[in-house]
Design a protein around this ligand. Sequence first.
Ligand code: 3HC
Length: 750
Amino acid sequence: MPAVTSVRPDGVGVITLDSPPVNSLGSDLVTSFMQEFPKLVEDPKVKAIVVTGKGALFCGGAEITEFAVMVAMGAEKFKETNPVAHLSKMMDLIDASPKTVVAALNGPALGGGAEVSLACHYRVAAPKSSVGFPEVNLGLLPGAQGTQRLPRVAPLPTAMTMILQGKPLNAEAARKNGIVDVVAKGDVLEEAAEFALSHPPAPISKREVPKTNRFMVAAGALESGLNTAVKAAPLMIAPRSIIKCFEAACSKKSFREGVQVELEEFSKLVFSVESAALRHLFLSERLAQKVPGVNEKPAPLKKIGILGAGLMGGGIAMCFVQKGVPVVLKDAKQEWLDGGMKKIVSLWEGQLKKGRLSKEKFKQYMSLLKPTLDYGDFKDVDMVIEAVPEIMDLKKQVFLDIEKSTKPDAFICTNTSGLNIDDIAAVLKDPSRVMGTHFFSPANVMQLLENIRTAKSSNRTLSTGMAMAKLISKKVVMVGNCDGFVGNRMLAPYAGEAKMLVEEGATIEQIDKAAQTFGMAMGPMALGDLVGLELFWKQRQAANDMKKQTKTYYGPYELTDWLCEQGRYGLKTPDPKIKANGRGVFIHRGREKFVDPEVVAKLEEIRKTKGVTARPVSDEEIVERLFFPLINEGFKILEEGYVARSSDVDIVYIYGYGFPPSKGGPMFFAENYVGFKKILEKLKIYGAQAKERFTKNPHYLPIDYFEPSKLLEACVAKEGTKVFPGQTLIDVVLKDFRKQSPGPGPFSKL
Ligand SMILES: C[C@H](O)CC(=O)SCCNC(=O)CCNC(=O)[C@H](O)C(C)(C)COP(=O)(O)OP(=O)(O)OC[C@H]1O[C@@H](n2cnc3c(N)ncnc32)[C@H](O)[C@@H]1OP(=O)(O)O
């Protein structure tokens, strides 16, 4: 029963939203509420009503999965059966109650949940509860009267921040801003009941918008709010619609007319591809935590050992300590350990200075972090994450050392961006304890974690690895052990094409600008400087083949080699001579960067040697050549079975590589923005050009990333086929594909 009612001895009727896990307002709950609520209104024993939520939340908002169903119904059907209009009716029902209705906020009230609370006449909140409107993160706006009710109780700047930026307020802040009437001192339900019995009905819909809010709108506050929101997320379309709703609320329009504007704007947004992309992202993040075949209970992680106090190891250590987990941080030399600790402490001190960290927390962090040179300190850790340099023999050696110094059931993770983890694990007596963890740098900041399963990782190792990611609040995806895993393998053709386009005549700035206009957080050339140009240069040196095209390195190598030979690795190599912060393709000064004329001259020289005449390259060509081979590689990883589903690839790219969320990730983008057929056609065209280049010009090497994926071809054949709302066609095709021709990866047969 999704809405459960009871009548207390004091005559307060309680209606509880009871729809686990988050009491989302699915059609069942709304229908049940609309049946049960009038019974309380009509019951002569009931003097007043309290609305509350079961469990830890008041309500997590509208049922997100139902939006895809609405969209699948089509615009015409949507008009007739619009479930958000239905939800809006639920608000009217509460609002119109002749008996006082109080929301007892037992926990967070989000989106539609916050709207339910505002439809109630008053709000009494538990201290740990909060009120928020995260709809904008889904490309939506509050569609059940929230845009009209909030500016009637809260100052406009607060309302704008909450709805335009999706920032929630805690109970006390909500009280200060007029959204909550009382923060409970004791039992929230008791206090809400008491409040309900002693206050008359007072629906927000009947209130005038405060004059200050009207003045602020007249003075242009909405435009500046919009500018801030657009600057933060230029590709989002929801903020413009939100502004229209605020305009309606603060104009001479009636509450009802405002609600109508809101409904129209909401309906437009829910059908937009941007909203579909962001909803896909929300659900995909949660789906990624469910790894096929991994079902054992994770082991508790009470203490962690980190090996290597460098940039990566230090960042990983911070992640655990900041969640209250004790860490032993070990390195081989005192100076390395001191350097690592100094960096960590200076980061925390910086936060302390900015007021983002309290003194108590700082002290707590310091007490949880133990630097050591002694492997003996690993004796009681539950997991070791090694983050020593990417040298196979070194990794194997430290694995043996870890094995000697840890409990036999401690998990051992190797942090690598590309080494073969099966090979590393093979040195141990029990390789089932091992999995890979590919953290992104800086590990304490970047959200993504690629967990890598080896052929021998045990079920418990994998489930504990996933729990570990949750513990430190990472967006996690489990992938198989292929070259470059998912992220770097897909990045290789992207980076390769960027270098190729530059040789053909596009400028370095043009490449990055085109990628950023597409929505990437940064362009491929700047990314190379950030990650460090020496990474793959050293890997190629170690492999004794500087010209080999691999799954992790493609494209012309002359410019990169020239830069690396001079020690110009990118941002991390300062050049005191020119007082720059770093030198790679760009010269970096603070946050500014510019292309070094020496690099441009070197490029000219390389072109001359190779007999290449620079030509103008269009932005359209840049975007297609950067992203289509990257997407093609994503299809290949899926068809080979190195990742469970297409949405996992999307998560990797959005949280690890700055792919624009409003495009839903590369695989969502392929299916919903471009279409499989166009991608296939373009791959063939650019592939033929690349082949010609390599056959005619001995300076170029053959590349395979334009070779179309078989899964992509299978998707082209099925393009246009309808799938269940919320499913992707790629995954539907993939299921059959894997049955017919399972690949070598671990997910092929799961
Ligand atoms: C008309 C209206 O104005 C429009 C709207 O209301 S749109 C919806 C607005 N609400 C939101 O965006 C809130 C989304 N939810 C959240 O932020 C978080 O889930 C939360 C803070 C509520 C709880 O977080 P947490 O405890 O970490 O649990 P979390 O793992 O995220 O969610 C638990 C489960 O509930 C599901 N869920 C959460 N909110 C949901 C929602 N609004 N609809 C459907 N499912 C939801 C998750 O998908 C997950 O499902 P799973 O168990 O199958 O993986």
